[in-house]
Structures are given as C-alpha cells and as structure tokens.
Design a binder for this molecule. Sequence first.
Ligand SMILES: *Cc1c(COP(=O)(O)O)cnc(C)c1O
Length: 217
Amino acid sequence: MSLQDITARMDAALVAAGRSAGDATLIAVSKVQQNARVEAVLEEGHRIFGENRVQEAAGKWPEFREKFDGIELHLIGPLQSNKVRQAFDLFQTIHSVDRPKLARTIARIADEEGRCPDLFLQVNTGEEDQKAGVAPGEADAFIAECRALQLPVRGLMCIPPANEEPSLHFALLAKIARRNDLAGLSMGMSGDFESAIAQGATHIRVGSAIFGERDYG
Ligand SMILES: *Cc1c(COP(=O)(O)O)cnc(C)c1O
C-alpha cells in the first residue's frame, strides 16, 4: 500500500470519528526497511519517521538528513539508560519512556543539555511480561513522577497484546490520558490504526503497510 493510500484511510477514519482530516500524525516506521524504500517515501515528501533501535537509527539517518530537510525522528522502541544522550541527538520525540529509572536518567541529561525531546510514557495495557511499560494501575503515579521531574510529557503510548481486541486497549489508554490531562495518544499500527483513531489516537505508527513486510533475513 502506498503512503497516499494510508493517508487517505487515516483521513477517512478521522472524519468518521468526527475529527478533522489531518488531525493525527503519521509516523512511518522505517525499522529494518531497505534504504531505497525509505528514500522513496522521503522523495514523496514524508518527513516523520519512527525507529525502534537507537543504533539502527544512528547508522542510517544522518545520511538521509544530509539529503532531505526537515526530518523528524521518533524513537518507538526500548531505550537503555546508556543510550539516552545519543537518543537526544537523533530523536525529536521518544515514545518509549517505560520505567522510573529511565525517566530520572532522561531528566538528568535534559538538565545537562538544556533541552529534551518530547516524551510519551509507555503503558503495558495488557500487563504482558514480555512487553515494556508501566502497568495501568501504576500509570497515574508514573505520570506524576515524570511531571515532578519537569519532563515534557506529551502523552501515552501502548502496544496492545497480539491476540486481543485492540480497541479495548486503546480505550483504556485514552481513559488514563484523559484523567491525567494528557493530549497525546501514540497508538495504532498497520493492522489497527483505524480503530486507534476511533479511540482518539493523535500519533499512529505504521510500518509494513507503507513499506511492505520487514525482511529480517
Ligand atoms: C514495528 C513497530 C510498529 C509498526 O508496526 P507495523 O505493524 O509494521 O505497522 C509500530 N510500533 C512499534 C512500537 C513498533 O515496534
């Protein structure tokens, strides 16, 4: 599917939800994709991309940034404390702030650098062992702690369990955001972004539907 197809589906979902076309941000998730595919999407004019590994992003984006202006990068995967400074240099937004220790490291480095990327806090809505994020029951306290650290918390992020109805998880994330006065909702991927938009997503993270299947070969 092309970038234009996805944008059209996004806009249709937004209008169906009583929102305006263009009211959500499309993050094109370029992890593992061949550079030629990523470059084709840059040539089409898209500038907002997501990567899930700092190392991989550091290897490919400096070169793209030399060729194309205005690139905005979002980190959507796990961040180790010892990569925070590097993440500051690469990413405008971090969606995967998933534990208090990481939040404290980000706050310390933000102090030193005098700047901080926009942040989304990850909530493990399905309480899955293998997934990052705070449990829904700990989310309010985590949000309060990040705010006390004066971090620029823009919203919440989740990745629903693979075999459950995603809209229940999106609705739960939206409810936690609402009661904490957070405007941003990073939710929805290739298979479920329309449902995420119906539940209020402001940032959707779409990879394979734009670029094709990832080849991990
Ligand atoms: C890979 C990834 C996506 C994109 O997944 P697709 O199914 O290819 O759209 C979205 N969010 C996160 C956190 C990811 O790691």
